[in-house]
Design a protein around this ligand. Sequence first.
Ligand code: PGA
Length: 262
Amino acid sequence: MANATRKPLISGNWKMHHNHFEAIQTVQKLTYLLHKEDFDDVDVSVHPPFTDIRSVQTVIEADELEIALGAQHCHWEEKGAFTGEVSPAFLAKLNVSYVICGHSERRELFGETDEMVNKKALAILKWGMTPIICCGETDAEREAGGTDEKVSGQVRAALAGISPEQVGGLVIAYEPIWAIGTGKTASAEDAQAVCAKVRSVVSEVAGADAAASVRIQYGGSVKPSNAAELMAQPDIDGALVGGASLVAEDFAGIVQFQTQSA
Ligand code: PGA
């Protein structure tokens, strides 16, 4: 948390977990566990599966919760013959604020390319939402010393055609693939080094102002016990949390990383 101007964003990526009943329960539990002052210091988003989004929206709006609604994916077109896909316009209509874009599971399991990630990022912005653009290297790429090259390439490709002002408002999540769902976390030092690299790429592509305001999350086995150390790094402005975000107590513990570590 380098900079007082960059409010940290802690995002819960629920992946394909929690049906809409479980989603409602989880959000209701979060409302007991999180207090008004927690939201003074940290922005919080939850990213349920598509089938839960309307239910979670209703709970958030009825209870006037400060939790932002997120999605995990979308198509780049507004409408058309794209069986099974979801339009960014439909997400905007549900008051979705953040959409994860180019998660490694989408890239590796569903063939999402850098070009598709870029088209999606542009579409998400067009519909007034904020993309959380993911990047990260595999274990083999890391062992071969290719982390910076992989991550820089993904970030450059994702930002193509996005104005510097818009880049400044984006969220980029550095998620080393070997750390996702494995219980292995990048050391705070290594995570910081790659997040600093991401910021330098943003500076090259979109200028110093954009680099100073873009928020960079770390993701990969973040839990209440390691959140504070990661978040203390100057170029880490938040966390994209998978497994630990499914359990309200754990996710709240991460959101409250400042008091947990005190
Ligand atoms: P994890 O997942 O926290 O379970 O490692 C992170 C993610 O994939 O966003």
